[in-house]
Design a binder for this molecule. Sequence first.
Ligand code: ASP
Length: 355
Amino acid sequence: MTGPSRILAALAALLATFAVPAAAQDETRWSFAIHGGAGTMSRADMTPERRAAYEAALQRALDAGAAVLRDGGTAMDAVEAAIVLMEDDEKFNAGRGAVFTWEGRNELDAAVMDGRDRSAGAVTGVTSIRHPIRLARAVMADGRHVFLSGAGAEEFARDHELETAGPEWFATDARREALQRMKAEKVSALDVDLKFGTVGAVALDRAGNLAAGTSTGGMTGKRWGRIGDAPVIGAGTYADNRSCAVSATGWGEYFIRVGVAQEICTRLRLAGRTTLPELEDGAEAQASDTIQLTEPIVQNVSDAVLAEVAELGGDGGVIVLARSGAAVFSFNTSGMYRGRATSEGVNEVAIFADE
Ligand code: ASP
């Protein structure tokens, strides 16, 4: 065996020691998770009213997605149902309430991915579409392309009769002030925003299919047509039924460099095998060779990839939903707006790292 093969075989053996065999698809099982951005959050700045408002917004989005799944709807419908609510909520950096570019505009990015066949749709730099997540989904459904930008994406949206909105719909005073402060004080986006407010959702439906979606305004003061990780398939958004669904939030440049979402899914796909038969006889692993992706496995893998982001100097977080239904959060900031709900009765929203 070569060095890398030996390491993979050792990893498989290690995982097999605390894994249990994968169960057959349980048609009552579903699982759902959302985020509304990660970042520097201090309890001192979080008044009870502010906290209650965020928790209520997260709960609403969580409930909307969970209801779709409970009723037997698709993972993709659940992702869309939660994200459109957060796009309309100015507390989050997506749709209404998106951050401003250097030139004082709101340019929106979004992506979706379907774990069944890894079909995907993404858009960047759109300025007049009320729900960029729906536009990304329309790109995926159309199927000819994966990633559309700017004026072309807007034209595609018009052809598909998606709802439009004027600049005044997206612009809020708080985000405008953040841009003004950034320019006046010559500080970075992180100094004025302190947190990333991107929104995302990941779902496992009762048919056993995974989906992921992410929507964002990017980072305050972005220039030159800058694109973050959110709409980049494999960086901020990824879904593959063989492993997991991921949506990220954070300093996009680092998430692109690490390829965070796909890296987590790839590691989990390999971790989900009891054996690595291709190392022995060139045969592909059979479904029966899979092991259950338990919560500790999913957490370890997600934390390891987030550690790579931190090593390069980046920060942020991910929500990860494994094909087993394990829903995990991993972030290296002091907080992340987040929530999860499962058919086993889990239903929780949280903000700070220690809760
Ligand atoms: N990841 C987004 C970006 O870099 C920002 C965010 O998470 O809020 O564009």
